[in-house]
Design a protein around this ligand. Sequence first.
Ligand SMILES: Cc1ncc(C[n+]2csc(CCOP(=O)(O)OP(=O)(O)O)c2C)c(N)n1
Length: 354
Amino acid sequence: VTETAPTPAYRAPSEICFDGVPAGQLEEWLATMIMIREFEDALEPLSTSGNQIPGGVHQASGQEGVAVGAIRALEAHDVVASPHRPHHHALAKGLTPRSVMAELWGRATGCAGGRGGTMHLSDFSLGYYGSNGIVGASLGIALGAALAAKVRRTGQVCVGCFGEGAANTGRTWEFINFAALHRLPLIALCENNQYAVETSIDRAAALERTIASRADGFGLPASQVDGQDPCAVYRAVREARGRAAAGEGPTFIEALTYRHHGHNTGETPGYRPEQEIEYWRDVNDPIHRLSAALIAAGQLDRTRYDAHVAAAKDVVADAIHFAETSVVPDPASATDGVTAIRSDPRGPARWLTV
Ligand SMILES: Cc1ncc(C[n+]2csc(CCOP(=O)(O)OP(=O)(O)O)c2C)c(N)n1
């Protein structure tokens, strides 16, 4: 069977509106988005043509507006949990490009000591509760953090990021139900990039409206936002954060977006129409849209834009050099941070102090 993705309406995107966004922050948002793009775009050759990054990684080029808009709406102590496509969240949450890149390379200087890789990034000191490879689990991790935050009265709000593919798994709705029932400070952030591996959402769900509309039945506020507009994402998440912090419970936000690259590095493309890829890359791209809006508002000029791109290239080159020149983890410390090992496969687990 030849899968043919449906042709969306290729509408010109609306202009970005700055209402409700803290003045003076947008150039930093743009610089972060450009840095994430440079970081993500650099990964393909590193993971396909050599031994630099073992295994493939899932790039999020095109989805920067969701990560930056959402995470800039949070307070520093708030929690973010990611799925298998995590680098944009980790970098927006404050992990350094060096610590993420070194982790992808499996180096001891990485944020997980080089033993986790792309799907086990984390930095608890920054409220980044990590990536993981089980589709849908990131929302459960954020749910657990939200339950802890409520019990401990920490004031933290917890964001679980997941794709529209994860929204087709039962666990997602169990988490949503539990959060709504117990009015937990959770934001369920569905990044609808429209494809789960090679399958278009239109071929995987009989949706007449949006994924957010499904959440209606669970008794929590839900809406779809334009994920290519970081200001719209910011406003939605900021409002949800306010509600969660006031004890009014969770919110479901679906951010409509698109990934520029294949599902993972090394993928053989061919299941998405060229016209669709061009639309989301050339017309409805979050970096183009935000920079155009800032230039139109007189808050940015071409020279400063180019300087941000040049700075991002330098930061990413430095991160690659850092990873390349870092050592691999010492095998003698292989059990550090491991919660349990079974020295005899037939014997009991021996619990270690982490
Ligand atoms: C429980 C589980 N089922 C299946 C997979 C295989 N798998 C990895 S990514 C993926 C697609 C996920 O799509 P989506 O949630 O939309 O995220 P996206 O890749 O689009 O960011 C699948 C099915 C998995 N990792 N975990």
